[in-house]
Write a protein that binds this ligand. Structure first.
Ligand code: MG
Length: 202
């Protein structure tokens, strides 16, 4: 399976990092070795001193498809979840400066903690709220209504370039409020009011 991540999908997050608003979705990949499941702890790597949390809504692909049209994109997933796109912001800044790829900052072991998945039927995909608490304080709160590109548009766009296969996971971008994690932090993520993630940084 592969993990496809969308960058810059929320206007206020683009602003907080001083990035340019893209005219097309931006995506990158993480390897399956980035996955962290079952609320296992995240071990802070020592190659970065600025690992950021990015809470994101996830969708899981249930049907193989390429060049999927927007109109049919919703047939390609029926489960959603919550994940964190851990980012070594210091390494990413250096990579951006030098025009290098982002993998070094995005694809490391454990950089993709994910929750269990739940049926999308219980949610209005255009209005799904989610949030992240760090040490019991809300640090990020998002809603899919604020996305620049909807889930269906993302699936359609990505599938023009990459065949989507059963079990692939899409990280749909982070809302504002990204910030550093430190050893000892506890991260708890909610999809609407449902607790989906709860783990420690070690
Ligand atoms: Mg992200």
């Amino acid at each position: 399976m592969k993990i496809v991540c969308i960058g810059r999908n929320y206007a206020e997050h683009i602003e907080e990092l001083g990035n340019e608003r893209p005219d097309e979705p931006i995506f990158f990949l993480k390897p399956d070795t980035a996955l962290l499941k079952n609320n296992d702890p995240f071990f802070h790597p020592d190659f970065s001193t600025d690992i950021h949390h990015e809470i994101e809504l996830l969708v899981k692909i249930k049907k193989e498809g390429k060049s999927i049209s927007k109109e049919f994109a919703s047939d390609y997933y029926d489960e959603i979840g919550l994940g964190i796109d851990f980012t070594a912001r210091d390494l990413q800044s250096k990579a951006k400066e030098k025009g290098r790829p982002w993998e070094i900052a995005k694809a490391f072991n454990g950089s993709a903690p994910i929750s269990n998945f739940v049926s999308k039927e219980d949610y209005d995909m255009k209005n799904v709220s989610f949030k992240l608490e760090k040490n019991r304080k809300v640090v990020q709160a998002g809603n899919t209504s604020l996305m620049l590109w909807t889930v269906d548009e993302i699936i359609s766009y990505v599938s023009q370039f990459i065949l989507l296969k059963i079990g692939d996971i899409i990280f749909t971008g982070t809302p504002k409020g990204v910030g550093q994690v430190k050893i000892g932090d506890r991260l708890v993520g909610y999809l609407a009011d449902k607790k989906m993630l709860d783990f420690e940084v070690k």
